[in-house]
Ligand binder design. Structure first.
Ligand SMILES: [Zn+2]
Length: 601
């Protein structure tokens, strides 16, 4: 039967080539370096993970796009043509007992399912056009991308941690969206009766994007069930970018191709594809705490970093700790990813989102009942993942008006050396930090604000602590100048310069500048002693001009004339200029250096 099928297949190729992918079985014994020679091809299953995974196999299967057929032939490996890509719809309709049934989701079916969930659970679920939400371009074929968002009070935008679940970056992996759709179904169905699920929904906002590649998936159903990429027109009748090689962190460093016909083509530039741009824009909007990404196949949880990228020691510890828990719950193995430029690495780099790629099943399109069984194995891990919390949650806000800040957070204990950072979201300033347990310096930065560094102590894994950061807006240089010594009975002029015209100001006087006046996170260098409070009012003729409004240059001057009494010789008076504006703690905006004047004979 097989040889007859092969003859028919070959005959049909001669008659009219469908332009679809070839599936070859390669005899690894036909060349001493066979595995290395096929390494850059679209290698299936265990063969894609290097020699150590082969476990004595003599053959590997590869998917060869028409544009790479000649190059594949030149490798001169002994190979057998096993299959050509065909419309998945035709396969699903065929009468063969092995043929997959139509239970797998087409793109319209995924979108309809999300709408159905919204209709069934209107208080908990909402379908969102994320292309419209992020104001990004539709896919090359004009598709929008959709998410289902699950949370309590779904009609309101609440201040809650956000998690992203995605699947089907690779079009042919038809079993992957079933995993994420089932997460949505199970969460929504379990809300009323399952305490763990209720807690997850009540305390989080879960975004699920079952289909990352609608153009490619449509093409799988209509033309080629081995289609992997999106449908960018690369020119010359060549299509597609591998979306999971297109993310702009370590783009193109390893495991991807510059060849436009390759199934691993990384795209013309980092983050070039509309699908990538949309999900990146969503991630930059929501600053997800966690990211879970379903692919097939392999029954594996992947390390977040590509083999050509070395994470810091603390980062490695965090990723390995949680990865081990996830894999154990699914009874999956762990391995390295095949390439850089993949989604999870970028989500960690960009937002410090705890991110994992899970390869489900043992093939792309097994019969549907196999996928249903596989999902039962995956779900316990997904449920546990959704319940995990980071080392710290809290907010970054501005000292002015407590405005939420989109801030960049760098915990030294992670050892990030490639610009990996956590970020808080612009709308709420909500922060998350996944860290190894222990004390670490934490630097927090936001545009228009002074960066702040301080120590934090991360708790044991699985415990979440509250952490809030307040950043001080950048202020114009503010100075107070005056002589440092003054003869008793003689006047001195204190010049206060702020670069902040027409502001209310005060130059208080005190007997000391340390420990100062604490108004967290700042400390004013002047002690709140009795003299300080006295200087809130008029002290004429000893001290004048110390309260008022700055001129148009943002300057003012005060006059200090100590009494002409020997009793004051050796006294040291301290001064600090400050400006006032609403929205600041106690209304104090900027303050100068401390300046002292010592009285002499
Ligand atoms: Zn994949």
């Amino acid at each position: 039967m097989r040889s007859l099928a092969f003859v028919l297949l070959t005959a049909s190729v001669v008659a009219q080539d469908p332009g679809t992918n070839y599936r070859f079985r390669v005899d690894l014994r036909s060349h001493p370096r066979a595995l290395a020679l096929i390494a850059n091809l679209d290698v299936l299953g265990a063969c894609s993970h290097g020699l150590e995974h082969l476990r004595g196999a003599n053959t590997c299967e590869v998917i060869v796009p028409p544009g790479e057929l000649a190059a594949f032939r030149r490798l001169a490996l002994r190979s057998t043509l096993v299959d050509r890509g065909r419309p998945y719809a035709a396969i699903a309709r065929s009468n063969s007992p092995q043929a997959p049934d139509t239970n797998y989701f087409t793109v319209p079916e995924i979108e309809a399912e999300l709408l159905k969930l919204q209709t069934t659970y209107p208080l908990l679920a909402r379908r969102v056009d994320i292309t419209a939400l992020t104001n990004t371009s539709k896919t090359h074929r004009g598709h929008s991308m959709f998410a289902i968002v699950i949370s309590d009070n779904i009609a309101k935008s609440e201040d809650e941690p956000c998690t992203l679940v995605a699947s089907q970056h690779h079009a042919r992996e038809l079993n992957s969206p079933y995993m994420s759709i089932q997460i949505a179904r199970r969460l929504l169905a379990g809300y009323a009766t399952n305490a763990a699920i209720k807690k997850i929904i009540d305390e989080n906002e879960i975004w699920i994007v079952p289909c990352m590649n609608p153009d490619g998936v449509s093409y799988v159903w209509s033309n080629d069930n081995y289609w992997r990429k999106n449908r960018r027109d690369n020119g010359g009748g060549i299509f597609g970018v591998d979306l999971n090689r297109n993310y702009p962190f370590r783009w193109g460093v390893c495991g991807s191709s510059t060849n436009r016909s390759s199934n691993n083509y990384r795209g013309p530039s980092a983050g070039s594809e509309p699908e990538t741009k949309t999900i990146m824009a969503l991630a930059q909007l929501k600053r997800f705490e966690k990211y879970l990404d379903f692919h097939s196949s392999g029954q594996e949880v992947l390390h977040t970093y590509s083999p050509c990228t070395t994470p810091g020691a603390g980062t490695k510890a965090v990723i390995e700790y949680w990865r081990g828990k996830l894999a154990a719950k699914m009874s999956y193995r762990v391995r390295n990813p095949s390439a850089s430029g993949e989604a999870p690495e970028w989500h960690w780099y960009e937002n410090g989102s705890l991110s994992y790629l899970v390869e489900v099943g043992t093939s792309f399109q097994p019969s549907f009942s196999v996928t249903v069984a596989e999902e039962k194995r995956v779900w316990p891990g997904a449920l546990e993942f959704l319940g995990w919390g980071p080392s710290f949650r809290g907010h970054v806000r501005s000292l002015k008006d407590s405005t939420p800040l989109s801030a960049v957070l760098d915990a030294a204990s992670l050892g990030s050396s490639l610009g990996e950072r956590s970020r808080s979201d612009a709308a709420r300033g909500r922060l998350h930090l996944w860290m190894p347990p222990g004390t670490s310096a934490l630097t927090t930065k936001a545009t228009g604000h002074d960066s702040a560094t301080g120590n934090v102590t991360a708790p044991a894994y699985g415990t979440t602590r509250q952490l809030d950061r307040t950043l001080v807006p950048n202020l114009p240089a503010t100075t107070l100048t005056a002589p440092s010594t003054l003869k008793i009975g003689k006047p001195a002029t204190l010049v206060f310069r702020t670069g902040d015209p027409a502001k209310a100001y005060w130059i208080p006087m005190a007997f000391g500048s340390s420990p100062g006046l604490s108004i967290p996170p700042r400390t004013l260098p002047i002690n709140p002693d009795p003299l300080f409070f006295l200087s809130m009012g008029s002290l004429a003729p000893i001290y004048s001009g110390h309260i008022g409004t700055l001129d148009t240059r943002g300057e003012a001057s005060a006059r200090f004339t100590p009494p002409n009494s020997a009793a004051f010789i050796g006294f040291r008076f301290w001064f600090t200029g400050m400006t006032f504006e609403t929205g600041w703690p106690l209304g104090i905006k900027a303050f100068s250096n401390a300046h002292s004047i010592t009285l002499t004979r």
